[in-house]
Ligand binder design. Structure first.
Ligand code: GFB
Length: 364
C-alpha cells in the first residue's frame, strides 16, 4: 500500500558526521526536532565507513532498528517508501533545496558560489546518491534566519514554521543532522525507542545463551589507534565527546576528565574488572573492542575467580552493542559515543534501569 503524503512535511538529513555512536548522538536531537515541528522523519541509513575503502556504505535503518518501536514515539517513513511514494509527488528536481547553517567552502577552497555543496565529499555525495538526489536546485542557509535548529522554545519553533512552511518547503533536507553533538541530556531518553532488529537481538541472545554464564560483565575497550589521538585532547575541565555520561553537563562541579578515563591503561582495566566481577559475583565476561580484546590478559587476571572472557567470532558492532545492553554489569568508556549508546540503552530501555560503570571513573 502506497504511503500517503503528510501535509505537515518531512525532514531528511545526512548522518554525515562520525560513525555509529556519533550518528546516534545526533539522531536523538534530530528526531526530537522533526517531532516538535510536526514533520515526518525520513529514516536515515546508518552511514558506515569501511576500513581501507573511500566509499561510504549505507545500511537501511530498518535493517538495524525495529520500526514499531520507533513509530511508537515518532512519525516516520522508511527511505524506500519516501523514494517510492512521496518524493515523486512533492519533491521534484527543481524543488530540492539543501539546508545548511552557512555556505560551505568547496573542497578546492573556491567559495565564489554561495552553496551548501551538499554533495561535496564523502559521505555527503554517496549519501544523497543513495537517497536518489543527483543534485540540489538551491541552498537554504538557515543559520542566518532562524537562530539554528534549537526548537526548545515555542518562539523558535514558530520561527521554523513561519520561515519554512510545509506548503512551500515540503521537505527539509539537511546536509548534517539538525541537532547538537553530543546529544543533550534532556534527549537521552529517546534511546529507548531505538531497539535493535530481531536479527541482531536474536544473535545477541543466542550468543549469551551459548557462550556466557550469567551474571556476566560486559566491557567496552575502545583502543584502536584513532582513539589515542582523541585522548590527547583531554582537558580536565571540559567534556569531550560523550563524557557527559560520566560527568554530567556543564557547569561541572564534580570529578574531572582524565586521560585514564579516555584511554585506560591495561592495569586500570584489569583492576577495575576484577573488582566488578568480585563485587557482582559474575561468572563470565563479554568483551567488545575495536582492536585489542585483551582476552588472555583478562583470563589470567580472573583465574582465581574461575571466570573467563569471551568475544564475538565476527566482532559485529551491532551484536556487540546488543549484548552489552543486556549485560548484568557494564564497564564502558566515558568519552566514547559507542559506549554512550550502551549506557543510555541500559538507563532507558528496560523497565528496570541497568546501571553502568566507566573506566577510571568512580561515581562520586
Ligand atoms: O561509534 P563511534 O562514533 O564511537 O565510532 P566513538 C567508533 C566506531 O568504531 C564504531 C567501531 O562505530 C565501530 O565501528 N568500534 C568501536 C567498535 N568500538 C567497537 C567495539 O567494541 N566493537 C566493534 N565491533 N566495533 C569516534 C568516531 O568514536 O571517534 C569519530 O565516531 C572519531 O568519528 C572519533 O573518529 C575519533 O565515539 O568511540
Amino acid at each position: 500500500r502506497a504511503a500517503e503524503v503528510d501535509p505537515a512535511g518531512y525532514v531528511i538529513y545526512c548522518p554525515c558526521m562520525g560513525r555509529f555512536g556519533n550518528q546516534m548522538e545526533q539522531h536523538l536531537g534530530a528526531f526530537h526536532f522533526a517531532m516538535v515541528l510536526g514533520r515526518t522523519m525520513v529514516l536515515p541509513p546508518i552511514v558506515g565507513h569501511e576500513p581501507r575503502s573511500t566509499v561510504a556504505k549505507m545500511t537501511a535503518f530498518e535493517d538495524v532498528f525495529q520500526l514499531p518501536a520507533i513509530q511508537n514515539q515518532f512519525k516516520t517513513i522508511t527511505l524506500a517508501e519516501f523514494q517510492r511514494d512521496i518524493a515523486p509527488k512533492i519533491w521534484p528536481k527543481e524543488a530540492r533545496k539543501a539546508f545548511c547553517w552557512t555556505p560551505r567552502k568547496a573542497l578546492n577552497g573556491d567559495d565564489s558560489e554561495m552553496s551548501c555543496r551538499a554533495k561535496d565529499g564523502n559521505p555527503f555525495g554517496p549519501f544523497w546518491d543513495y537517497v536518489g538526489v543527483d543534485e540540489f536546485a538551491d541552498s537554504v542557509f538557515y543559520g542566518q534566519t532562524t537562530g539554528g535548529f534549537n526548537v526548545g522554545s515555542l518562539k523558535d519553533k514558530e520561527k521554523w514554521k513561519d520561515n519554512y512552511p510545509p506548503a512551500s518547503f515540503p521537505v527539509l533536507a539537511f546536509v548534517g543532522a539538525p541537532a547538537a553533538f553530543p546529544a543533550q541530556q534532556k534527549h537521552w531518553h529517546y534511546q529507548k525507542h531505538f531497539r535493535y532488529s530481531t536479527r541482531i537481538t536474536s544473535r545477541a541472545k543466542t550468543f549469551i545463551e551459548a557462550r556466557l554464564q550469567r551474571p556476566f560483565v560486559g566491557i567496552h575497550l575502545r583502543n584502536d589507534v584513532d582513539w589515542v589521538r582523541v585522548c590527547e585532547h583531554v582537558d580536565p575541565t571540559r567534556n569531550l565527546f560523550a563524557s557527559a555520561q560520566c560527568l554530567g553537563e556543564p557547569p561541572m562541579d564534580g570529578e574531572q576528565l582524565s586521560k585514564e578515563m579516555c584511554a585506560p591503561s591495561e592495569k586500570t582495566v584489569l583492576e577495575q574488572l576484577v573488582e566488578v566481577v568480585g563485587r557482582s559475583g559474575a561468572r563470565s565476561v563479554f568483551v567488545a573492542s575495536d582492536r585489542d580484546h585483551l582476552i588472555p590478559e583478562i583470563n589470567e587476571a580472573l583465574s582465581a575467580y574461575d571466570v573467563k572472557a569471551y568475544k564475538l567470532d565476527d566482532n559485529d558492532a551491532f551484536v556487540s552493542l546488543a549484548v552489552l545492553e543486556l549485560a548484568d554489569e557494564f564497564i564502558g568508556n566515558c568519552v566514547s559515543t559507542f559506549s554512550s549508546v550502551v549506557s543510555r540503552s541500559r538507563s532507558f530501555k528496560w523497565a528496570k534501569p541497568k546501571s553502568s560503570h566507566f573506566w577510571g571513573y568512580r561515581k562520586p
